[in-house]
Ligand binder design. Structure first.
Ligand code: ZN
Length: 119
């Protein structure tokens, strides 16, 4: 579990940073101490953003079809998904809004959609 975390998809985070910058979205922090270690946190709005790598978190899209060791990956991803669910639940209980963005959906992310979420 620890290992998976450290292998978070960096490029996914970079894409989001680019998105924030290009749209002038401010107020986000990285490495903000919250359960589950969200990739980005907007402390003022109490919003936690997770950029989930499709492969690691088991998104049902074309990025996530390992050809080998299928049962191994299925089990690993099931654990990640369960952890994601628990983290979302915990943060929500503490009054945080949780946004999970799939790696493959970042390029589809619209600024209107994102702004609506932030406000
Ligand atoms: Zn995906």
């Amino acid at each position: 579990m620890r290992k998976v975390k450290s292998r978070r998809n960096r490029s996914t985070e970079m894409k989001l940073i680019e998105f924030f910058k290009s749209h002038g979205i401010k107020g986000w922090r990285r490495n903000y101490p919250l359960p589950g270690k969200p990739d980005f946190v907007f402390p003022k709005q109490r919003i936690a953003v997770f950029a989930d790598g499709c492969f690691w978190h088991g998104h049902d899209c074309r990025n996530t079809k390992p050809s080998q060791n299928k049962s191994y990956w299925d089990a690993k991803r099931a654990r990640n998904q369960e952890r994601d669910r628990l983290v979302t639940e915990l943060l929500t209980k503490r009054g945080w809004k949780v946004m999970r963005i799939w790696e493959c959906e970042i390029k589809l992310l619209g600024i209107e959609q994102f702004s609506a979420f932030l406000s």
